[in-house]
Design a protein around this ligand. Structure first.
Ligand code: ADP
Ligand code: MG
Length: 615
C-alpha cells in the first residue's frame, strides 16, 4: 500500500449485504451488468444535465457512451463511461458510507422471504454491490467532470473494507474493473455480455459498446409510432424501466403535436405497493426535454394521486434550460399534466367498459388511490366518480358502480344510501341495515379510511344525493313500510323503560327514544347533528388514540324486539341496568367507535353467569 492509500470500513449493513452476495450462489448473477450499465447511464444523463448550464467540464467533446471490454488473460471485465464521474468524497459517500436504508430493507426482505431474487436489487438502491456476485476484486477509477478534481481509485475485495488512492486517469468518467471469480468464468465472453446487454439494457439511451460493436438498440421507444412497436417491446421496456416482475395493468403510448408536443409512454404497474420496498420511494415518470433527462421522478407531471404511474415523457416544447426547480411552474408542464392524466383516465374507463373482471382486479389494487383522486382532484372528479366501485348490501363480493346502483334503485328511491363500518362483516350486522333490507334498498358498504373524506367531496351522482344510512332522519320511499314484526310494548311500559335507560346511561347519550325503523335489531345509535358522524369519529380515533369522547348520540330502542319486551317485564331487577349498559356498548361497537371493546368482557361474563344460573 502506498502512503497515499486510505483504508475504510464499510457500514455494517453493507458488510452484511456483501457477505451474502459474495457467498451465495445466485442463478441470476448476470444482472450485475445491468446494474453497472444503469449506473453508467445515470452518470451520463447527469453529465448531460450539467452541461446545459456549464461548458467548463473535462473533455467537453467526448462521446457520451458506455464501453464494455473483456481481457481473458487478466480475467477482467471493464465497464467504462464518460459520465459525471466521482471525486474522492463522492466515492466515499456513494460507494461505502452512505446510510443505506436500502441495504437494510433488502436484508429484511431476504430474511422475511427466506430467499429473494437478486433481480430486484436495483430497486433498493444498492445495485452496485451486485458486482460482487461475480467478482473477487473490483476497482473503480473515476475522474469527476469538474476540471479541478483529482482522479481516484476505489478498491475492494468484497470483505469488510475498501481503499481509496489517487489515480492517473485524465479523461472524464468512470472505469470499473471487475476481477472475475473462478466460478464466474462464463462472463469472460464478449458474446455472452452482448446477449446480457440486449436482454436487460436494450433501451438505454446511450450506445453500449461491447468490444467494438454497439450492442443495444438505443432507440427511444416512446419516439416511435405506436403502430410499429410490438407488445413484447413494450413489455421489455417496462421491465427494464421498473424491474417489475409482473405485467403492467395498463400501458399508454401517446404521440401528440397539439396543444403541446410530446411523446409519452406510461404504465400502470402490476401492483400498488411495488415502491414500498424502496425506502425513499418517489413516484412519477422520467421527464426528458429533447432527449435530455431533466428529472428522474417528475412528480408534477401527473396529479398526486397518480403517483403509481411509471414511464417516460419527452417534450420538444420544454425549454432545455429548464431546471429541476422551475419545472413545477412551467406552463408547458400544466398542459402536459392535463393531457396525460386525461388520457390515462380514458384508458381506465375503457378497461372498465371492455373487461370488467380485469378492471375489478385493477380496482382491488388501485381503488384506494382512485378514491383519493375523487377526493382531491377537482379537475378530474366527474370522471373518477364514474370509475368508483363498491361492495354493497346486494353484492358484498363484487364491485358495483354508481351507474349500476342507480339503474337498479327501488321504486320511488331518489337517493343513494351508504353505510360506514370497520369492515364488511360489521356493516352486514349493522342495525342501520334493517330498514333497507326490509324495503329491498341497496346500500353501499364503505370501509376504507379515505371513504369519509371521499363522501364529502362527492355529494351526488347523476342528480342523486349520497345519503348516510345511519342518519337519524331518513326519508325512504313511501308506501314500502314492511309489516311490523311482533307486538309492540304498551306505550306506558316502553316509556318507563326509556326513563330507566336514560338514568343508567346519563351523559353518554343525548336522548333515548323509540325507533321507527328497526326490525331485526333491539337498538341503534344515531347522531343528533349531521356534522360529526361515526365515520369521522373513527378517522379521528385512528389518528389519535386519546381522541376525547364524541358529542353524545341518540339511542333508539325497538319496542317490538323480544329483548326489549323481556327487559320491561323484569321490573326493577338490577340486571336490567347491566343489559342497558351492554346494549349501549354493543351499539358503539357496531358503529366502530367503541374506545376499548375489551372493557366489555367483565360485564358480558356477569350477564352470562346470570343467564346460566339454575336455582
Ligand atoms: P443507485 O444507482 O440506486 O443509486 P447503486 O448502488 O447502483 O445505487 O450506486 C450507488 C451510487 O454510486 C450511485 O447513486 C452513484 O452516485 C454512484 N455511482 C455508481 N456508479 C457510478 C458511475 N459509473 N459514475 C458515477 N457515479 C456512480
Ligand atoms: Mg444503480
Amino acid at each position: 500500500m502506498s502512503v497515499a492509500t486510505q483504508s475504510f470500513e464499510f457500514r455494517a449493513e453493507i458488510q452484511q449485504l456483501l457477505n451474502i452476495l459474495v457467498h451465495s450462489l445466485y442463478t441470476d448473477r448476470e444482472i450485475f451488468l445491468r446494474e453497472l450499465v444503469s449506473n453508467a447511464s445515470d452518470a451520463l444523463h447527469r453529465l448531460q444535465f450539467e452541461m446545459l448550464t456549464t461548458k467548463d467540464v473535462v473533455d467537453p467533446d467526448a462521446e457520451l457512451a458506455i464501453r464494455i471490454k473483456v481481457d481473458k488473460d487478466a480475467r477482467t471485465i471493464t465497464v467504462s463511461d464518460t459520465g459525471i464521474g466521482m471525486n474522492h468524497d463522492e466515492m466515499i459517500e456513494n460507494l461505502g458510507t452512505i446510510a443505506h436504508s436500502g441495504a437494510t430493507a433488502f436484508l429484511n426482505a431476504l430474511k422475511e422471504k427466506g430467499s429473494i431474487s437478486t433481480d430486484i436489487i436495483g430497486q433498493f438502491g444498492v445495485g452496485f454491490y451486485s458486482v460482487f456476485m461475480v467478482a473477487d476484486k473490483v476497482s473503480v477509477t473515476s475522474r469527476s467532470f469538474r476540471p479541478g478534481d483529482q482522479a481516484y481509485t476505489w478498491t475492494s475485495t468484497g470483505s469488510n473494507s475498501y481503499t481509496i488512492e489517487p489515480a492517473e486517469k485524465t479523461s472524464r468518467g468512470t472505469d470499473i474493473v471487475i476481477h472475475v471469480k473462478e466460478e464466474a468464468d462464463e462472463f469472460l465472453s464478449e458474446f455472452r455480455l452482448e446477449r446480457i446487454v440486449k436482454k436487460h439494457s436494450n433501451y438505454i439511451a446511450f450506445p453500449i459498446y461491447v468490444g467494438d460493436k454497439v450492442a443495444n438498440a438505443q432507440t427511444a421507444l416512446w419516439r416511435r409510432s405506436p403502430r410499429e412497436v410490438s407488445d413484447q417491446e413494450y413489455l421489455d421496456f417496462y421491465k427494464q424501466l421498473t424491474y417489475d416482475p409482473g405485467e403492467p395493468f395498463l400501458r399508454v403510448h401517446q404521440v401528440s403535436d397539439a396543444p403541446v408536443q410530446f411523446y409519452s409512454l406510461l404504465y400502470v404497474p402490476s401492483t400498488m405497493d411495488r415502491g414500498l420496498f424502496q425506502p425513499d420511494y418517489e413516484g412519477g415518470p422520467r421527464l426528458y426535454a429533447r432527449k435530455v433527462l431533466i428529472q428522474e421522478h417528475a412528480k408534477d407531471l401527473l396529479p398526486q394521486w397518480m403517483r403509481f404511474v411509471e414511464g417516460v415523457v419527452d417534450s420538444e416544447d420544454l425549454p432545455l434550460n429548464i431546471s429541476r426547480e422551475t419545472v413545477q411552474a412551467n406552463r408547458v408542464m400544466a398542459k402536459l399534466k392535463s393531457a396525460l392524466s386525461s388520457k390515462l383516465i380514458g384508458e381506465m374507463e375503457a378497461l372498465a367498459e371492455k373487461d370488467p373482471d380485469k378492471y375489478g382486479r385493477f380496482w382491488k389494487e388501485f381503488g384506494r388511490v382512485l378514491k383519493e383522486g375523487a377526493t382531491t382532484d377537482a379537475l378530474n372528479r366527474e370522471r373518477l366518480i364514474g370509475l368508483l366501485r363498491f361492495h354493497t348490501s346486494r353484492d358484498s363480493e363484487g364491485w358495483v358502480s354508481l351507474k349500476q346502483y342507480v339503474e337498479r334503485m327501488a321504486e320511488g328511491q331518489d337517493e343513494i344510501y351508504y353505510l360506514f363500518g370497520e369492515d364488511l362483516k360489521s356493516i352486514a350486522r349493522s342495525p342501520h341495515l334493517d330498514v333497507f333490507k326490509s324495503r329491498g334498498i341497496e346500500v353501499l358498504f364503505l370501509t376504507d379510511t379515505i371513504d369519509s373524506f371521499m363522501i364529502n367531496a362527492v355529494p351526488e351522482f347523476q342528480g342523486k344525493k349520497l345519503h348516510n344510512g345511519a342518519d337519524a332522519e331518513l326519508e325512504l320511499p313511501a308506501g314500502k313500510e314492511p309489516e311490523p314484526q311482533g307486538e309492540a310494548l304498551p306505550a306506558e311500559d316502553f316509556n318507563a323503560l326509556v326513563e330507566r335507560f336514560k338514568k343508567v346511561l346519563g351523559e353518554r347519550v343525548s336522548d333515548v327514544r323509540e325507533s321507527k325503523v328497526l326490525t331485526e335489531s333491539p337498538a341503534r345509535l344515531v347522531s343528533p347533528d349531521k356534522g360529526f358522524g361515526a365515520d369521522m369519529e373513527r378517522v379521528y380515533r385512528l389518528l389519535d388514540k386519546e381522541f376525547p369522547a364524541p358529542p353524545s348520540r341518540i339511542l333508539e330502542l325497538n319496542p317490538r324486539h323480544p329483548l326489549i319486551r323481556n327487559l320491561s317485564a323484569m321490573g326493577d331487577d338490577a340486571l336490567v341496568d347491566q343489559v342497558a349498559e351492554q346494549l349501549f356498548e354493543s351499539a358503539l361497537l357496531l358503529e366502530g367507535i367503541h374506545p376499548n371493546p375489551a372493557d366489555m368482557v367483565p360485564r358480558i361474563q356477569a350477564l352470562m353467569e346470570a343467564a346460566t344460573r339454575r336455582e
